[in-house]
Design a binder for this molecule. Structure first.
Ligand SMILES: [Zn+2]
Length: 333
């Protein structure tokens, strides 16, 4: 259980951000040096009494005295997490480049313990929020002036998408509730069944851009994999909007890392070519990831994007040019 260097390296802020959990830094009321403070979920606390030590990741509530380690904390957010998965998680942050060739092959060929947890019976499925409403229902007269749906559509239009995208990707909004003001993007598994969602802030003001509902393990899925034609080219992008402007050949990791489960899903589609088109500031990661994919795919390449750019910010036309090798030189591995 003890893996101190990896626990130290573990990015607890990112972990909490991904789950939409607010925290305060040292110096804020009740938060000591070397800690971040969150509202304790074990008592009725609203003043960040639960301190998480940034190095050891041990935590304790100064109000109700509940305490534990990083694994206990993860078990609170992800009740199904096993010790193996916990270790995998520690391994996954910051150390993917250290895998040997043999380890990389084993990761796919003998994917235990990771693969064991994704047998369909054990897969978590998080339904869409109760308040969810499809944007495309604006075409129905009784919804034609629904403000929440209209805001969703305007948001898409401002980013170069339209109703076709909303229909294609079954996008929606919530007029009330914890996901109000966010674009709800349903996530499907390889068979096209909805398994979870991500909620994108539309105001540009939220501290956390993407919210992931509790219990949805997004690294178990590749967004839009069910639309990819087997035996063709597959383009790996980071975010959902990147998929919308790249086309049906694209899948998104929903982060700038490729989990072993996601790698297996790519391999199972037997693509002729995998192109990695991650954000401009993730070039090194993209090349390392290409190395992991290379043993299983005839052709692998990285299409570097300008620093600070992602496919969605470049737009459909430019993305197509880059994929076709116009105006830039895709780098063969
Ligand atoms: Zn407490």
């Amino acid at each position: 259980m003890v893996d101190r260097p990896r626990i130290r390296r573990f990015d607890i802020r990112a972990y909490l951000d991904e789950r939409g959990v607010g925290y305060e830094e040292a110096g804020a009321p009740n938060v000591g040096d070397g800690y971040i403070g969150v509202n304790c979920p074990f008592c009725d606390d609203h003043r960040n009494h639960l301190g998480i030590h940034l190095e050891t990741k041990r935590w304790k509530c100064w109000r109700c005295a509940t305490s534990g380690d990083l694994f206990d904390l993860m078990r609170y957010f992800e009740p199904r997490i096993s010790v193996d998965e916990y270790r995998e998680r520690l391994r996954g942050r910051g150390s993917e480049g250290e895998l040997s060739f043999l380890e990389r092959v084993q990761e796919v060929m003998d994917p235990s313990p990771v693969a064991r947890r994704i047998s369909p019976s054990r897969k978590s499925r998080v339904p869409l929020p109760r308040e969810f409403a499809y944007i495309d229902e604006l075409s129905e007269p009784r919804f034609a002036h629904d403000p929440a749906r209209l805001i969703g559509l305007r948001y898409l239009e401002n980013r170069g998408f339209d109703m076709v995208t909303a229909v294609d990707f079954e996008l929606g909004v919530c007029a009330i509730g914890p996901y109000m003001g966010r674009l709800i993007v349903p996530v499907q598994d390889e068979k096209g069944q909805q398994v979870g969602f991500v909620a994108r802030d539309m105001s540009g003001k939220a501290r956390v851009k993407y919210l992931v509902p509790p219990g949805f393990e997004r690294t178990d899925y590749l967004y839009s994999i069910h639309r990819v034609v087997a035996g063709a080219e597959l383009v790996l992008v980071e975010g959902v909007t990147d998929v919308w402007c790249t086309g049906d050949c694209a899948v998104a990791t929903l982060s700038s890392a490729l989990s072993p489960v996601q790698l297996r899903q790519i391999v199972s589609r037997r693509p002729l070519q995998v192109t990695i088109m991650w954000d401009g500031d993730a070039i090194a990661k993209a090349f390392r990831t290409a190395e992991r994919i290379r043993p299983f795919v005839p052709r692998t390449r990285v299409v570097p994007l300008p620093f600070g750019a992602d496919p969605a910010s470049l737009g459909k036309g430019r993305v197509n040019q880059l994929l076709n090798g116009e105006g830039a030189h895709p780098q063969k591995i």
